[in-house]
Design a binder for this molecule. Structure first.
Ligand code: CP
Length: 307
């Protein structure tokens, strides 16, 4: 079902396939924690090609591969490669695939992962392509919600911040619609969720409320906060108008349900006050860790080592 498959967009997967990935990730959990040893991917090499900055995606993929006994080659700075001499993405991919069994890539250009998959014979895993997709983040977000809340269905989930440029929230909204959850989209008017995403999610059966004010958190089960991404704004003046629009602090959380969790794909800038880190609501560092078992599951599945 998964052997040899590219992981480009969450839309390429059915609900059943997503649940299967989450189940495999659950089995990987003790290995990710280092409590159980594994040589499942011994002899396999992962190419880690990062054309754009990353901390979590790159390090958790590398940790996932190494915890499963595999090896990693690659780069985190394209300036150290022949891309500097004008080599194309297609040639870089064709070269890298001759040295490894699976490629994880992040690239600033939307559509680049899909294009790479057309050239490559080895599976391509999209670690984020510009404002496009970030399917592995979406899967680890779903995994986190299921682990923290027991199930995905039945939760009321608020997505807050930059819903226009945030690739993680586009993928997540779509995936949550598969589970027919109720969603609230909160953003400045300039950064609203694209209309086509809203319409598609509604057509799939999701109940959606759209608003600009950060209030009414009393019945929210999951508050998913995003950074307003300076690097995605074509005009820096437009960024200045919306920077710092929302900040989650202890006061914001006063009226929240006792078991409401706060998630964030990270990195954060100032949208969650550090004082929130010690509260029972803060789930974002556990969410970050969950990238390891989920990415282990994906690597093992596309390499055909588990089914
Ligand atoms: N969440 C996420 O993609 O983080 P990085 O940009 O650090 O990889």
């Amino acid at each position: 079902m998964f052997k040899g498959r590219d992981i480009i967009s969450i839309k390429d997967f059915s609900k059943e396939e997503i649940l299967h990935i989450l189940d495999v990730a659950e089995e990987m959990f003790p290995i990710a924690e280092g409590r159980k040893k594994s040589n499942l991917l011994n002899g396999y090499i992962m190419g880690s090609l990062f054309f754009e900055p990353s901390t979590r995606t790159r390090l958790s993929f590398e940790a996932a591969m190494k915890r499963l006994g595999g090896d990693v080659i690659g780069f985190a700075m394209p300036t150290t490669t022949s891309i500097q001499k004008g080599e194309t993405l297609a040639d870089t991919i064709r070269t890298a695939e001759s040295y490894c069994d699976v490629i994880v890539m992040r690239h600033p250009k939307e559509g680049s992962a899909r294009m790479a998959a057309e050239f490559a014979k080895v599976p391509i895993i999209n670690g984020g392509d510009g404002a496009g997709h970030h399917p592995t983040q979406c899967l680890l977000d779903l995994f986190t919600i299921r682990r923290e809340k027991g199930q995905i269905e039945g939760n009321k989930i608020a997505l807050l911040g930059d819903l226009k440029y945030g690739r993680t929230v586009h993928s997540l909204a779509y995936a949550l619609a598969l589970f027919k959850v109720e969603m609230v989209f909160i953003s400045p008017p300039e950064l609203q969720m694209p209309k086509e995403v809203v319409e598609e999610c509604r057509e799939m059966g999701a109940k959606i409320t759209i608003k600009n004010e950060l209030n009414g958190l009393e019945d929210i089960d999951v508050l998913y906060v995003t950074r307003i991404q300076k690097e995605r704004f074509p005009d820096p003046e437009e960024y200045k108008k919306v920077a710092g629009s929302y900040r989650i602090d202890l006061k914001t959380l006063e009226k929240a349900k006792d078991d409401m969790i706060v998630m964030h794909p990270l990195p954060r800038v100032d949208e969650i006050s550090p004082e929130v880190d010690k509260t029972k609501h803060a789930a974002y560092f556990r969410q970050t860790f969950n990238g390891v078992p989920v990415r282990m599951a994906l690597l093992a599945l596309v390499l055909g080592v588990v089914e």
